[in-house]
Design a protein around this ligand. Sequence first.
Ligand code: CP3
Length: 342
Amino acid sequence: MDKSPEKAVMRVLGGETLETPPIWLMRQAGRYLPEYRSIRAKAKSFLDLCYTPELAIEVTLQPIRRFGFDAAILFSDILVIPDALGRQVRFEEGKGPLLEPIDKEAIDALELVDIRERLKPVLETVEGVRAQLPRETTLLGFCGAPWTVATYMVAGKGTSDQAPARLFAYRDPERFEKLLNLIADISADYLIAQFQAGADAVQIFDSWAGVLDEDQFERWCVKLVRRIVDKVRSEIIGAKIIGFPKGAGRLYEDYREMTGVTAVGLDWTVPLATAALMQTEGPIQGNLDPLRVVAGGKALDEGIDRIVETLGGGPLIFNLGHGITPEAPIAHVDRLLRRIRG
Ligand code: CP3
C-alpha cells in the first residue's frame, strides 16, 4: 500500500494511516546544516536570503537532498508579512527578529497591500522548488497565525511571554482586532498564492498560542485561524491545512473542530494519550522534543519509539514538537530517519 505514487504526506492529510509515517522537521532548513550556513554567509541579510529565489530555492532543497524528507517547507519567515506591510523588520545574529514596535496611529494607518506583488520573490521560490522537487515529496507553504505575527509587531521582538501584545489586546481590543483581521486577510491571500504557485499543503504557525488564557485563545488564535482557513478554502477547494498552536495545552483538544484545519501539529508537552484521542478525529503531526535530537542515543530512540508505538496506528506525520535547534548533530537526524524508516 505504501508503494502508491501519491505523496505520503498528502495521503496522511487525506486521513490514511501509512505503515511508515512520513516525516519532515520544522526548521529543517537551518543553521544545524553546514550547507545552510555557507549560503547564509553569502546573503547580505536573512531577509535578503528569503527574497533571493535562487538562494531560497537552494536552501529549501538542501535538507531534501541530504535526508530525503517526505516534505519540503518553503524557505522564508513568518515576519515577511509585517515587512510587506511596510513595517521595519530585521534579524540580528543572536538576537532574533527586531521590528519597529507598532502603535495605535501606525495600526490605523495600515493598509491592505497586494501580497502577490510585495512577496513576488517568495512565490517565485515556491515555483522554483516545485520544478525541482522529487515527485514523491510534498511541498509545504506556510504563514504565521495573526496572533503570533502581531506579538512581534507589537513588542518589536520575541519576549518570554509576549506581554506587550497581551496587554494591548486587553486595553484596546477593537484596534487589536482590526490589526489581526488585516493580518489574517493578507495571510489568506498569501497562502492562496502559495497554493497557486505549487504548494501542496500549508502550515499555519501559532508559536505563541500558549501564552493566552482560554477566552483570549478563542478570540485571538482560534477565530483568526478560522478566518484564514475559510478564506483559503473559498478559493482552493479542499485545501489541506496544518495548524500548529504551540503550547495550547488542554485547548488543543477542540482546535481542529473550532478552526477547521485538516491536521493539528502538536508540541512535545502534549501527552500521547491526548494525541491518540485527537487522532480519532483526524491526522496529527508531531511531537518529538527537539532536545531529544540534540541529546541523541537512548533519549532519542525512546522518544521516537513511544510516539510511533502510540500513534503509528493512525494518521501520523512524524515531526518535532517545535523547530530543530542549531545544536542538533546531523548524525542524530540520520539516526532518527533510520529508526522511523527501518
Ligand atoms: O525550514 C523551515 O522550517 C522553513 C523556514 C522557516 C524559518 N522560520 C526560517 C528561519 C520557518 C517555517 C520559520 C517560521 C517562524 N519564524 C516562526 C514559527 C515557527 C517557530 O519557530 O516558532 C517564528 C516564530 C519565526 C520568527 C523568527 N525567525 C524567529 C523568532 C527567528 C529567530 C530565532 C532563530 O531561530 O534564529 C527567526 C529567524 C529564522 N527563521 C532563521 C531561520 C532559518 C535563523 C536566522 C538565520 O539563519 O540567521
